[in-house]
Design a protein around this ligand. Structure first.
Ligand code: ATP
Ligand code: PAF
Ligand code: BAL
Length: 285
């Protein structure tokens, strides 16, 4: 089947009708799973589409570079936009519907109301990108309301984003199951990211310090040692400027103490040249 491309609300409603969504789903399978993206699709996004297909009869992919989640001075205007290639990727993955709205159609010019990510949205990533997680939650809630999926799939690579979307679903009683997907990496450990295409060959080599630090930290047994070893690996790479390296509770993103048991997330954000990258691993303690 060809991919249906919807560019606005009316076309989206028509696409849902054409796919028979809203009618009875096949037994044991949800009708529609959504994979929200900002485009410039890579193998990480493809893995999300495949996982979405295991959960629902139809997969929808949204492609929207959301202005609300970019701060002043961030890379909104130069963010890679590769719509034609993205459409081919979606077709090859058997996606039923691509929703690619224009910013003017998503946000009213006099928009007043948005989602607040609360205190959890002001720590870790939120401390370095004020308002970012409010912008993410606002657009994700709008995408949920527009596309009306039963299931939504997000990558663990954006771990705080995933945790906050789970919180939004719980706090606002949204009728959606959230599925987290593992991080896809290059053979040398670099987490796939649309922003990797900004990296020069030298930057790309330096960027390997992020995953190297996370894997070295994950080999330790206590929070103190995990943090110390990971920081030491990052310090060995002078062209990596670290924004944060934290060991946090996966649900709250609060720093874990020395006695912590259960899972913790070791998360890093750093700038390599003019490119800001994030990565994380989950560690059992
Ligand atoms: N390497 C990856 N493995 C699995 N999922 C990923 C990976 N990279 C991104 N995702 C997920 O894909 C979804 C869309 O993310 P997005 O379009 O921002 O891609 P990205 O590569 O993370 O881009 P950016 O470089 O802007 O961070 C998110 O749920 C994100 O967590
Ligand atoms: C979830 C998302 C599509 C919202 O704009 C974005 O933050 C992303 O690509 O991870
Ligand atoms: N993948 C998260 C989107 C952003 O960095 O804005």
């Amino acid at each position: 089947m060809d991919v249906i491309v919807a560019g606005d609300r009316a076309e989206l409603a028509e696409a849902r009708r054409a796919l028979g969504i809203g009618g009875p789903a096949s037994p044991g399978k949800a009708a529609l799973a959504l994979v929200p993206t900002m485009g410039a699709l890579h193998e990480g996004h493809r893995s999300l589409m495949r996982l979405a297909g295991e959960h629902a009869e139809h997969v929808a992919v949204s492609i929207f570079v959301n202005p609300l989640q970019f701060g002043p001075g961030e890379d909104f205007s130069r963010y890679p936009r590769t719509f034609d290639d993205d459409l081919e990727v979606c077709a090859a993955e058997g996606v039923s519907m691509v929703f690619a709205p224009a910013a003017e159609d998503m946000y009213l010019p006099d928009r007043q109301v948005g989602v607040s990510a609360g205190k959890m949205g002001a720590v870790v990533e939120g401390a370095f990108r004020p308002g970012h997680l409010d912008g993410v939650l606002t657009v994700v809630l709008k995408l949920f309301n527009l596309v009306r999926p039963d299931v939504a799939v997000f990558g663990q690579k954006d771990a705080q984003q995933l945790a906050m979307i789970r919180r939004m679903v719980a706090d606002l009683d949204l009728p959606i199951s959230v599925v987290g997907a593992p991080t896809i990496r290059e053979a040398d450990g670099l987490a796939l990211s649309s922003r990797n295409r900004y990296l020069s060959p030298q930057d790309r080599q330096a960027a390997l310090a992020l995953s190297r630090a996370l894997f070295a930290g994950a080999g330790q047994r206590t929070p103190g040692e995990i943090r110390r070893v990971a920081r030491a690996v990052l310090a060995e790479e002078p062209s990596v400027a670290v924004d944060y390296l934290v060991l946090v509770d996966p649900a709250t993103f609060a720093e874990v103490g020395e006695g912590h048991t259960g899972e913790a997330i070791l998360a890093v954000a750093a700038r390599v040249g003019s490119t800001r990258l994030i990565d994380n691993v989950t560690i059992g303690l």
